[in-house]
Design a protein around this ligand. Structure first.
Ligand code: TYD
Length: 134
């Protein structure tokens, strides 16, 4: 069964949307096989967002992602990587379709509620970072 790494980012936790967001994965028939609440360190996020380290928004992203606790989850299911990315919607909530998590609840390009791995190789890497302390 395919696996993906999902984060409910600090704004999702602060806005008390954990239940509503998790409900969507379960309604879709996906399985949450591991889950924890944690406050991410800068070094964890530097590994997680390694590909973005040269972007001008990188520091804002790290500050936001360390601003409070987040939820990390491993979700399993058939085609779960693309399925969850579709459920999350476009990175920028303004462009995200209604019916997606970002489309329904998001209003900021940086504070966009959720993260999901975008490929099998990234899923393996991100699961190691968040659950095996890579
Ligand atoms: P990215 O990996 O491009 O998007 P996604 O989360 O949809 O896979 O970007 C990672 C995060 O960086 C994104 O969720 C929010 C933040 N970000 C910005 O703050 N500004 C931007 O212009 C972009 C592209 C991303």
């Amino acid at each position: 069964m395919e696996k993906t790494l999902v984060l409910i980012k600090p704004d999702g936790v602060k806005r008390k949307l954990i239940g509503k967001i998790i409900d969507r994965y379960e309604q879709k028939g996906l399985t949450i096989s591991n889950m924890k609440m944690t406050k991410a360190s800068r070094s964890t996020l530097e590994k997680h967002y390694e590909d973005l380290k040269d972007k001008d928004f990188f520091e804002d992203l790290i500050n936001y992602m360390t601003s409070g606790p987040l939820i990390a989850m491993i979700i399993e299911g058939s085609n779960v990587i693309s399925s969850v990315r579709k459920m999350h919607g476009n990175t920028n909530p303004i462009d995200a379709e209604m019916g997606t998590i970002r489309g329904d609840f998001g209003n900021s390009k940086t504070e966009n509620l959720v993260h999901a791995s975008d490929s099998k190789s990234h899923a393996l890497k991100e699961i190691s970072i968040w659950f095996n302390n890579l």
